[in-house]
Design a protein around this ligand. Structure first.
Ligand SMILES: NC(=O)c1ccc[n+]([C@@H]2O[C@H](COP(=O)([O-])OP(=O)(O)OC[C@H]3O[C@@H](n4cnc5c(N)ncnc54)[C@H](OP(=O)(O)O)[C@@H]3O)[C@@H](O)[C@H]2O)c1
Length: 295
């Protein structure tokens, strides 16, 4: 049995489809709509769900992801992103289950000029990144069998994300100004889910190999771009009747102030994932093209 947490999120939405061929999946959400409740801010609900489901595998795709709101809501971000993952790992260990958890490029400060590896020093710029890093450490400290998949710039057709926002704004406005001095790797939620399912399939075939290679892995679509490049790549292929926007202006981050500071450069080096499991994701432009017209 697989227990999937975070039902309504972008990645969890895709995981529901990708995990289905691997066996029975129990999908839990914060409010418990559909029957199964797991609120990461309520430790008792996590104990209850793990005790009831007794999963072989817990996939935690739930998180406090509101990067700006977290700046004024540190206790909530820490409860969901740090304390709860630690508890999930502890619960997984007690029943000999594996935990798959997602983390973020925002554990880095963005001062690098070449892709970050899993052993690059972390130094989050804000509350969200700090809380996610604490979550990684809390999982590691339990000694539970785990994979922590750090991803970045997640988008997809489902959910609140840059891809959907740009498509909407392109219909509403004639001009857009988009930040051009933050560089990262846009990553399609479907690709994260499909690669996670491939990792699980390998783990089901060879649990010892997975156990021996527990740890942190970087997992993004390959290549890099700025938010401005990404916006252009989202908007330019839209048919004329879906597109009012004719001009996209590149602007510096200072012209678009946000409560949380973002890393200027957060490209992740995915080679450990490939070396260890033989898995990698395509270039972000290929992924975006597929997301524009998914099957
Ligand atoms: N989005 C990105 O750009 C990005 C970048 C790097 C890493 N990541 C990581 O990737 C993972 C998946 O992110 P995502 O983009 O799929 O996130 P998302 O779309 O924002 O979804 C997060 C989900 O977590 C749920 N959640 C929040 N608080 C909860 C709580 N107390 N109890 C239970 N569920 C709760 C939300 O539930 P509600 O629907 O009820 O609010 C939502 O369904 C996360 O670990 C995130 O940190 C994301």
């Amino acid at each position: 049995m697989i227990l999937l947490l975070g039902k309504n999120g972008q990645v969890a939405h895709e995981l529901q489809r990708s995990l289905a061929p691997l066996g029975p999946v129990v999908v839990a959400s914060r409010q418990g709509e559909g029957g199964v409740r797991a609120d990461l801010a309520a430790p008792a609900s996590l104990r209850d769900v793990v005790n009831q489901v007794k999963p072989r595998l817990i996939v935690n795709a739930a998180a406090y992801t509101a990067v700006d709101a977290a700046e004024d809501d540190e206790a909530a971000a820490v409860a969901v992103n740090a304390t709860a993952p630690g508890l999930l790992a502890e619960l997984a260990q007690r029943i000999d289950a594996t935990l798959i958890h997602y983390s973020t490029d925002y554990v880095f400060d963005g001062s690098a000029s070449h892709p970050y590896t899993e052993s690059s020093p972390t130094s989050p710029l804000g509350v969200y990144g700090r809380s996610k890093l604490e979550g990684e450490r809390a999982i590691e400290q339990t000694g539970a069998r785990h994979l922590i998949l750090r991803t970045a710039w997640v988008y997809g057709r489902h959910g609140k994300n840059f891809f959907n926002t740009m498509r909407r704004l392109a219909c509403e406005r004639e001009e857009l100004s988009i930040v051009n001095d933050q560089v990262g790797s846009p990553t399609w939620s479907r690709h994260i889910a499909e690669l996670t399912a491939q990792l699980i399939a390998q783990g089901l075939r060879d649990a010892d190999y997975l156990a021996a290679h527990a740890g942190v892995y970087h997992l993004t679509n390959s290549g890099q771009c700025s938010w401005y490049d990404f916006a252009k790549a989202i908007i330019e292929p839209l048919p004329a009747e879906q597109r009012r926007c004719q001009t996209i202006h590149p602007i510096p981050s200072e012209a678009y102030p946000t409560p949380a500071k973002r890393p200027a450069y957060s490209v992740l080096d995915n080679s450990k994932l490939y070396r260890t499991f033989g898995l990698k994701l395509p270039d972000w432009r290929v992924a975006l093209h597929q997301c524009h017209s998914p099957t």
